[in-house]
Design a protein around this ligand. Structure first.
Ligand code: AMP
Ligand code: MG
Length: 483
């Protein structure tokens, strides 16, 4: 079966970039590919033949069979990992190509875990089934929460074992993205390529993500502004659902503004800005409350890599970039308070609202309230018997909130109807996700499939087994890299 019979329409504009940006890959076939989870609605959205893919697509989605028109390449990039600069690149991912939908939308189709590439260094190029099931469910939950993200089309088991601390079942994730351009791609160009190559990359990014800015007076400065805006909006959305990425390295920050690379990420249960999940993040660099700062740190690296093309004179280039980068904190804050305001039914943010929001968060932290359930309880008009809701602090705060709603002319009933469309009843909680994945890997997918159904309809009322926070005696959740 050729690619065409699945509905793939590849175009490979990435290959028009200078040759240093990618390397073609001959994918090593795997023993026994089998699709273990498939995203039918995404397949349909992409204009692919879902039935054909599900029935006969395993060998294509594992990389065993080359699709017609697919370029099959690994992308070069660099990046700061926990602050340390390294040459990286797709060490275990292969970009099949850019699929064009019938509406002329362009999406990267990438196989993650498809084997070694020239950028693999000491790695085996493979991924384990558990972590790929994790990326699948969390990315789809993020999408359902209206947060820009790469999507997951399928997880295909390989029928081969891979070796980590123990032998694990191997799998390949089919990842869909507006593009896989990263801050790290620009760092690669700035550090390891010629200025002309950097310029070619910037042109490519502009053409792909915001062609309008080709007309701007300084189009590279406009690109910087564009990426800052996208990231300010994205990180504000993360904060508003308690999402902790876990590895905000510059290679994991996209130019498109999509969330990418679901490794040791998780949703926060109890509200605490110091929450960290990654086992290797001993300093709390990527803690929940530090994500906006780290986004700025990463974006400053992005600005630095653009300097050579912003102006021929370095000082002039810095003078152009600096004031733009400095807009990030206020841009983030505007997005953040707007998102948080919506969670409280506020249609716009007035001067006193920031205090109102911060005060609630302060009480939530003090009374160890669950982040998701607190906002959902406010939306439903419920008063659970939890310390926060019983406290005089909360009761006083509630009066101020109700007065504020009244001042914007919203009844509490109207506000709650709106809030129920903003505050999820359920997010993929670590303890449930872990259990669901473990059972799936043991051959029992039922809980995972049920959870997937629930977290991809996050505003509907959910069975309490999915919305309850972990019990106090549950071991703290830690997630590991090297997946
Ligand atoms: P990540 O932590 O997934 O963002 O990956 C960081 C870098 O390590 C990227 O260049 C990956 O391609 C590479 N990498 C991660 N896992 C593997 C693996 N099993 N084999 C080869 N390269 C890998
Ligand atoms: Mg990465």
């Amino acid at each position: 079966m050729t690619g065409d019979s699945f509905g793939f329409q590849f175009e490979n504009t990435y290959t028009t970039l200078p040759s240093g940006f990618f390397t073609e890959v001959a994918i090593n076939p795997v023993a026994n590919p089998e699709i273990v989870i498939f995203n039918r609605s995404l397949a349909q959205q992409l204009g692919l033949d879902a039935d054909a893919l599900l029935a006969k697509g395993a060998s294509v989605l594992a990389g065993n069979e080359k699709l017609e028109g697919a370029a099959q390449l690994a992308q070069a990039y660099a990046g700061h990992q926990f602050g340390h600069f390294n040459m990286l690149g797709d060490g275990r991912a292969v970009l099949l190509g850019e699929h064009l939908t019938r509406n002329e939308e362009r999406f990267d189709i990438q196989l993650k875990g498809a084997g070694r590439t020239v950028y693999s260094r000491r790695g085996d190029g493979r991924a384990a089934l558990g972590p790929m099931l994790r990326e699948f469910i969390i990315s789809e939950a993020m999408h359902a929460l209206n947060i820009p993200t790469t999507r997951s089309l399928a997880v295909t088991s390989t029928g081969e074992l891979i070796y980590r601390e123990q032998a694990l079942e191997g799998a390949v994730l089919t990842r869909i993205a507006q593009s896989h351009l990263r801050v790290g791609t620009f760092q690669y160009a700035a550090n390891f390529a010629e200025k002309e190559d950097l310029r070619a990359l910037a042109h490519y990014a502009i053409e792909r993500h915001n062609p309008n800015i080709m007309q701007a007076e300084n189009r590279y400065l406009a690109l910087l502004e564009h990426v800052l805006e996208k990231q300010a909006a994205l990180i504000a959305k993360w904060q508003s659902v308690g999402f902790i990425h876990g590895v905000m390295n510059t290679d994991n920050m996209t130019i498109s503004g999509e969330t990418i690379d679901y490794g040791p990420c998780a949703f926060m249960d109890v509200f605490d800005p110091t929450t960290v999940y990654s086992s290797i993040d001993t300093q709390g660099r990527y803690a929940y409350g530090n994500q906006p700062n780290m986004a700025l740190w990463d974006l400053t690296r992005f600005a630095e890599s653009l300097l050579p093309i912003l102006h021929d004179n370095l000082e002039e280039a810095i003078a152009l970039a600096q004031p733009v980068v400095e807009t990030f904190p206020s841009m983030f804050e505007a997005n953040y308070f707007s998102e948080m305001g919506k969670k409280l039914g506020l249609l716009s943010i007035e001067a006193q609202d920031e205090k109102l929001i911060l005060q609630l968060l302060d009480y939530m932290q003090r009374f160890e309230a669950d982040f998701t359930n607190t906002f959902r309880a406010l939306s439903e008009g419920a008063k659970p018997s939890e310390p926060l809701f019983q406290s005089t602090e909360f009761k006083e705060w509630e009066q101020k909130w109700l007065a504020r709603l009244e001042s914007q002319g919203t009844t509490i009933a109207e506000a709650r109807d709106f809030m129920k469309t903003v505050n999820p009843a359920v997010i993929p909680r670590n303890h449930v996700v872990e259990q669901a994945i473990n059972e799936f890997v043991e051959g029992e997918p039922a809980l995972y499939l049920e959870l997937l159904q629930v977290v991809t309809n996050p505003y509907a009322h959910a069975d309490s087994k999915f919305s309850e926070p972990p019990t106090d005696d549950a071991p703290p959740f830690v997630s590991y890299c090297g997946t």
